[in-house]
Ligand binder design. Structure first.
Ligand code: B16
Ligand code: MG
Length: 219
């Protein structure tokens, strides 16, 4: 029996990657570092501090800042990102996600979130989806980020579900690795992903029919 679907947020429920990019680009420019779309792609699914380390590496400035300075830079980026989040609303939900969440609810399948974003609760509120989620793993309490399975296992535990009876949905390669390592069944959204039990090109293809075909729902 399928107990729960556990979703990543950015790139699966909504696409905030471009807002992260605008915020990081302005902060990086102040540090004398130019970042392009390719760098932005490499920030997908990784934590705020890991993103900053990657940007400093791109600019060859890894050794120039103390931990306190790095925290201040990350806080500045987040202030700008949160300002940009005010543009989000129900229209920002990716195609197919709202009907799927309704279908899962009506079938009594648990709905969980496993996002690295500390802004996840606010984003779900802005999208009008918060009430549909039965459990959101708290990214601030996760010691090991994806590809470690910790956040997916925390979501399973919060839902009272067994990983082998859950499906995880991700758009980042590190996220697929995390789902696979947790013992859950993985669905990858995106043309370039590998190793997912099921790979789809877009969230539009993420229907109950595809999910039911992936897992034995009868036992
Ligand atoms: P925040 P996900 C991730 O979201 C983003 O893909 C990644 O780019 C971001 O650095 C990370 O959240 C942390 O976000 O700065 O808001 O805490 O894909 O795990 O839902
Ligand atoms: Mg993601």
């Amino acid at each position: 029996m399928l107990q729960a679907l556990i979703f990543d947020l950015d790139g699966v429920i909504t696409d905030t990657a471009h807002l992260h990019f605008i915020a990081w680009r302005s902060v990086a420019a102040e540090l004398g570092i130019q970042i392009d779309e390719e760098v932005n792609q490499s920030l997908k699914g990784i934590s705020r501090m890991a993103s900053l380390e990657r940007i400093l590496q791109v600019g060859g400035k890894t050794e120039l800042f103390s931990e306190t300075e790095k925290l201040a830079i990350a806080a500045r980026k987040n202030e700008r990102y949160v300002e940009l989040l005010s543009s989000l609303g129900p229209a920002s939900i990716l195609p197919g996600i709202a009907p799927l969440l309704d279908e899962l609810k009506s079938r009594g399948v648990g709905i969980g979130l496993a996002s690295a974003s500390l802004n996840a609760p606010g984003i779900l509120q802005a999208l009008g989806l918060a009430a549909l989620f039965d459990y959101c793993a708290d990214a601030s309490r996760i010691a090991h980020s994806k590809p470690d399975p910790e956040i997916f296992l925390a979501a399973c535990a919060g839902l009272g579900a067994t990983p082998q009876r859950c499906i995880g949905v991700e758009d980042a390669q590190a996220g697929i690795a995390a789902i696979n390592a947790s013992g859950m069944v993985s669905i990858g959204i995106g043309a370039t992903l590998s190793d997912a039990n099921l790979r789809l090109n877009s969230t539009e293809e993420l229907t109950w029919r595809r999910i039911a075909g992936l897992m034995d729902l009868t036992d």
